[in-house]
Design a binder for this molecule. Structure first.
Ligand code: ZN
Length: 338
C-alpha cells in the first residue's frame, strides 16, 4: 500500500553538468562524461533507496533534457540547424531541432537502464517522452502532418520500450505535459498514440501529465489558468478507458480540483504530494495529509504517492530532503491506514 515513486528526473550534480537548469551543458566529454553520468546515476539510486522510495528511477542523469535525450538517438532529425518554436501551445519559446527525413532509431536510445537495473533491487521505472510532447518540442520539415509524425515517433518509442522491458524495467512511463496544453487533441489522438507506444508490452505502463517544471514560464502560465485548473477533465475519462495502467498527476499546491482524480476509476493514480515549484520542503505529516485527502477519490490500493513533476532544475540538497519527506510521509500514511 502507498508505494512511493517520483515523476522521474532529479538534479544533476555540479560535477556532471550546469546546475539548476532545464537544458544544462555537460561539464565533461567523451569517456569522462560517460563515467560521470554513471556515477550520478548510482548516487541517486542510493539516495532514493535511503529515502525509502519504492519505485526508483535513474534520475534521468544520462540525458540533457527529457525530450531531446531520446531524440538524439533518432535518425531523420537535423540537430545542426535548430529553429525557434513556441512550445506547449506557445507558452514559451525553445530552440528545437527539425524532422527532415523518415524517422528511424539509430540503435538503443537508453542503454543506461541496464546500469540502473544492475544496481538496485527496488522496482525500476524508466521514463520516455510521450509522442504528443515530442512533436510539440520539434519542428517538422518532412511529414507535413502533426498526427502522422506523432504516430511515427510512437513506433520508435515502442521499439525502445520493448528493449527497456527486456532490460528488466518494471514500469515504463511516458511524459505527456503537452496533454494539458492540447486537451482536446489528447483525447482525440494522444491516447491512441500512447497505445501504439505500449503495444506488446507486459510491464506496467504509466503516463505523467503535469503543469510543468517550476520554471518562470510555467508559473506565469499557471497564474493565467484561473481559480480551478480543469484541464484533466477533458481527457481523464478517455484515459480511464485506455490500456495505460497508471496516471501520474499534480495534486499538492495545485488548483486541480481533487475530485477530478475520481475520473480515473480503475487506474493506479500517482498522486503528486511533493511540490517541485517551491524550495519549501514538505513535512512527512503534510505528505500524509495530502494522501488522506486523495483517499476520498482514489482507493488505497490504487494510490501511489509521487512528486508533482520532475526535480531536475531544483537545488540538489532540497531535492534530497523532498525525497526524504516523500518516503517518510508514505510510511506514515501506511501506518495510519494499515
Ligand atoms: Zn512533469
Amino acid at each position: 500500500m502507498f508505494e512511493s515513486t517520483i515523476a522521474g528526473s532529479l538534479p544533476k550534480p555540479f560535477w556532471l553538468s550546469e546546475t539548476n537548469k532545464l537544458w544544462p551543458q555537460w561539464k565533461l566529454s567523451g569517456d569522462e562524461l560517460a563515467l560521470a553520468k554513471r556515477d550520478a546515476t548510482l548516487f541517486w539510486l542510493k539516495v532514493q533507496e535511503d529515502a525509502g522510495i519504492d519505485v526508483v528511477t535513474d534520475g534521468e542523469q544520462s540525458r540533457q533534457h527529457f525530450v531531446h535525450g531520446f531524440l538524439e538517438f533518432v535518425e531523420g532529425i537535423d540537430f545542426e540547424h535548430k529553429v525557434k518554436m513556441g512550445i506547449r501551445n506557445n507558452r514559451y519559446d525553445a530552440m528545437v531541432p527539425k524532422v527532415v527525413d523518415r524517422l528511424r532509431l539509430k540503435g538503443r536510445a537508453h542503454g543506461e537502464a541496464r546500469l540502473a537495473r544492475a544496481h538496485t533491487d527496488r522496482k525500476l521505472k524508466f521514463t520516455l517522452p510521450g509522442p504528443m510532447t515530442i512533436i510539440d518540442t520539434i519542428a517538422d520539415d518532412f511529414y507535413g502532418d502533426r498526427v502522422k509524425m506523432a504516430m511515427a515517433f510512437a513506433d520508435l518509442l515502442n521499439e525502445e520500450a520493448r528493449a527497456l522491458e527486456a532490460d528488466g524495467v518494471d514500469v515504463i512511463q511516458f511524459d505527456e505535459p503537452a496533454f494539458n496544453a492540447f486537451t482536446r487533441e489528447a483525447a482525440d489522438w494522444g491516447i491512441e498514440a500512447l497505445h501504439r507506444a505500449i503495444d506488446g508490452l507486459s510491464c506496467t505502463t504509466a503516463v505523467h501529465i503535469c503543469y510543468g517544471y517550476g520554471i518562470k514560464a510555467n508559473l506565469d502560465w499557471k497564474r493565467s489558468l484561473g481559480e480551478e485548473w480543469r484541464e484533466y477533465e477533458a481527457f481523464f475519462p478517455a484515459l480511464a478507458r485506455s490500456r495505460i495502467q497508471q496516471v501520474s498527476l499534480e495534486c499538492v499546491n495545485s488548483r486541480v480540483p481533487p475530485h477530478l482524480m475520481a475520473l480515473l476509476e480503475g487506474k493506479d493514480v500517482l498522486v503528486g504530494v511533493i511540490d517541485v515549484a517551491t524550495d519549501v520542503v514538505e513535512t512527512p505529516e503534510q505528505v500524509a495529509e495530502v494522501i488522506d485527502r486523495a483517499l476520498q477519490y482514489v482507493p488505497k490500493d490504487k494510490l501511489f504517492p509521487c512528486t508533482n513533476c520532475g526535480l531536475a532544475p531544483m537545488d540538489r540538497e532540497i531535492a534530497i530532503r523532498k525525497l526524504d519527506a516523500l518516503g517518510k510521509g508514505a510510511a506514515l500514511a501506511r501506518a495510519r491506514h494499515a
